[in-house]
Ligand binder design. Structure first.
Ligand SMILES: *[C@@H]1O[C@H](CO)[C@@H](O)[C@H](O)[C@H]1NC(C)=O
Ligand SMILES: *[C@@H]1O[C@H](CO)[C@@H](O)[C@H](O)[C@H]1NC(C)=O
Ligand SMILES: *[C@@H]1O[C@H](CO)[C@@H](O)[C@H](O)[C@H]1NC(C)=O
Length: 263
């Protein structure tokens, strides 16, 4: 009886383990097997301390607007993306390429993430920024199946638009943040209005917390925020120090003069 119970238990555990339970990376041209630090990322720097991507993809993701990403040319309909729209696409590419925390949604055989619950506020913002941008993905606007990818004999990227398809803006193709998230990359993403239990590509710290809440055995990682020290700040510090030194010097001169006049 006990043996039978154990066999049933073991079988059910095997049956249930269709997704990963420890950090593992998706399978792709720029993906590692497991995440590790990657100190020279050119974009997606929020994943520097623990990254699923190699540096090479982040060179492409560092340009604004993004143009060539892997086999896909983002210039559709002979137009560049607007910068705001491009930034949202980049957040999503960085999540897919570099995040070490997608493993709960990855099938064990394919290692392709599926049905990642994206936060509605990210999807809505993405849609808002891209409303006037153009795509030639037909029908519901699936970029995975609806666009040409790859390079021609000379190594130039092929035109992403298939012959005879229409160019439309995101308003016409998707009409909402939900339709955008749930169609553009096939079944990779779903749309959820639950603001806690969702993945926000622009907020890795939120995502790490969410993954850990799924199962007490799950681990996740999040890097310290990237510090941006801009030129204006450095100029400010230098002038501040110079001004302070000047004040001290003036004080010393004043003190010496006082002493002299007394003596
Ligand atoms: C990206 O870099 C990694 C590590 O150097 C390499 O294994 C991989 O083939 C590169 N990917 C492409 C598509 O060049
Ligand atoms: C999208 O295209 C339609 C049809 O051409 C047009 O009426 C609409 O104003 C466009 N929307 C945006 C946000 O550009
Ligand atoms: C948590 O994960 C472990 C092993 O990874 C699994 O056996 C267990 O059923 C999971 N618990 C829940 C509540 O999903």
């Amino acid at each position: 009886m006990m043996l039978l119970y154990n066999v049933v238990l073991i079988l059910s555990v095997i049956g249930a383990s269709t997704s990963f339970t420890t950090p593992t990376c998706p399978r792709g041209d720029y993906h590692k097997e497991t995440p590790s630090a990657e100190t020279h990322l050119q974009a997606c720097k929020q994943y520097t301390c623990d990254s699923c991507c190699f540096e090479n993809i982040t060179i492409e993701l560092a340009s604004v607007p993004i143009a060539q990403v892997g086999k896909l040319d983002y210039h559709q309909c002979s137009k560049q993306l607007t910068d705001a729209c491009s930034n949202q696409h980049t957040y999503l590419q960085c999540l897919y390429q570099c995040s070490p925390n997608l493993y709960p949604w990855m099938g064990k055989v394919t290692r392709i993430p599926n049905s990642i619950p994206l936060c509605s506020n990210f999807c809505d913002q993405w849609y808002l920024t891209c409303q006037a941008d153009m795509t030639c993905a037909p029908g519901v606007g699936n970029w995975k199946t609806g666009l040409n990818k790859g390079f021609d004999a000379d190594g130039n990227p092929v035109n992403p638009c298939k012959d005879g398809v229409m160019c439309r803006n995101y308003t016409e193709v998707y009409g909402s943040g939900q339709a955008l998230c749930e169609n553009i990359w096939g079944t990779m993403f779903t749309y959820t209005t639950d603001t806690t239990n969702c993945i926000d590509p622009s907020d890795p710290a939120h995502n790490a917390k969410f993954v850990e809440s799924l199962n007490s055995t799950f681990t996740s990682s999040v890097c310290a925020p990237v510090e941006y020290v801009d030129a204006g700040m450095i100029v400010g510090i230098v002038f501040g120090v110079l001004a302070a030194l000047g004040l001290i010097a003036a004080g010393v001169v004043f003190y010496m003069r006082q002493k002299k006049s007394k003596g």
